[in-house]
Design a binder for this molecule. Structure first.
Ligand code: GLV
Ligand code: MG
Length: 339
């Protein structure tokens, strides 16, 4: 038997390729929808759910009770076997337990052996540096070779420790298997010693005050707690040619705040977010698909500058090579959404 060298699966990353800007690759992943696979009633709904979301993720890590870890793993294998995700165009991911947990080795060996061929992406929590990605990369290489898995299983890192944020660029480029990265605001807040119990979103005390106007109460402007990390993550991901995602929003009762957080991430360059509750699926679909008026304007720019160079005025606004590239990002996304 010829054992495929897993690295031969991959073309090198197109770093420095002479394209006018970096093309963002592959499929639509506006929402990564988390499901707890140990629950029978959740598994029963997967075929219907899979037609409605871009990605189904079977969660094995946090939020799964310690005494249900094995049931979650077995449930994930069962749901992966029961539904033809590829035929629906839906991604199948799992979030495994973290690398120093007692469950992760069995998560990997059992899942790759049973359903490796069907699995698109493994989400790896609490990534601290490139060494975590190297370890998983090699383990996957062994398991794929042993079980004859014909396509590489990709890795998606959660950025959720202070050490991870410090090493974000090295993580992004650690392996050709890197699919992308998500911000994990809950673990990250704890790791940094931030004083919030919220999962994502703002905080009413994280404000700047307007200048003192004498007797009038001073206006308070709430700031975005996550701006710095999202920007840092997007730069690391885009420059490595991988995808950036916002992670979870924990207050299911505040749909407006969830939408605002997702929209900030979208405008900053993220391609999707996690949905933890059915109501968040539609929010992510709406937010991470471009606005039709914006698409129409972007299409006008592309049409006015067929070779992407020069300068023209459209509706009183100056356009040039740089705005042509901005327009192409939006039109490409609209095409992917329509496909
Ligand atoms: C996600 O895993 C988070 O910690 O926010
Ligand atoms: Mg976490």
């Amino acid at each position: 038997m010829t054992v495929k060298t897993p690295r031969a699966f991959f073309a090198p990353l197109a770093v420095g390729a002479p394209t006018p800007f970096r093309e963002v690759p592959v499929r639509l992943e506006r929402m990564i929808h988390f499901v707890p696979p140990h629950l029978d009633k959740v598994r029963a709904k997967i075929p219907e759910l899979a037609g409605k979301v871009d990605v189904v993720l079977g969660n094995l890590e946090d939020a799964i009770p310690a005494d249900q870890k094995l049931a979650a793993r077995a449930g994930f294998i069962e749901l992966a076997r029961a539904t033809d995700f590829a035929a629906l165009g839906t991604g199948l991911w799992t979030r495994i337990n973290c690398l120093n947990s007692p469950w992760v080795l069995d998560d990997l060996t059992e899942i790759v052996a049973a359903v490796g061929e069907k699995l698109d992406v493994i989400m790896l929590p609490k990534v601290e540096g490139p060494w975590d990605i190297h370890f998983l990369d090699q383990l996957l290489a062994q398991l794929e070779a042993r079980h004859g898995v014909g396509k590489p299983i990709l890795i998606h890192a959660i950025l959720e420790t202070a050490e991870g944020v410090k090493n974000v660029e090295a993580i992004a480029t650690a392996s050709p298997r890197m699919h992308g990265m998500s911000l994990g605001p809950a673990d990250l807040a704890a790791s940094r010693g931030m004083k919030t119990t919220r999962v994502g979103g703002g905080h009413p005390d994280y404000v700047v005050l307007a200048d003192d106007a004498g007797a009038a109460p001073r206006a308070r402007f709430q700031q975005d707690l996550w701006h710095y990390t999202v920007a840092k993550m997007v730069d690391a991901c885009q420059s490595a040619g991988i995808k950036a995602f916002y992670g979870p929003f924990g207050d299911f009762s505040d749909l407006a705040a969830c939408e605002a957080q997702f929209r900030n991430a979208f405008l900053m360059g993220c391609l999707g977010a996690w949905s933890l509750h059915p109501t968040q699926i539609d929010i992510a679909k709406r937010v991470f698909s471009p606005d039709p008026a914006e698409v129409a304007f972007a299409a006008k720019i592309l049409a006015a500058m067929p070779d992407g160079s020069g300068a023209v005025m459209i509706d009183g606004k100056m356009q040039d090579d740089a705005t042509w590239k901005q327009a192409k990002v939006i039109v490409d996304l609209a095409r992917a959404v329509a496909a």
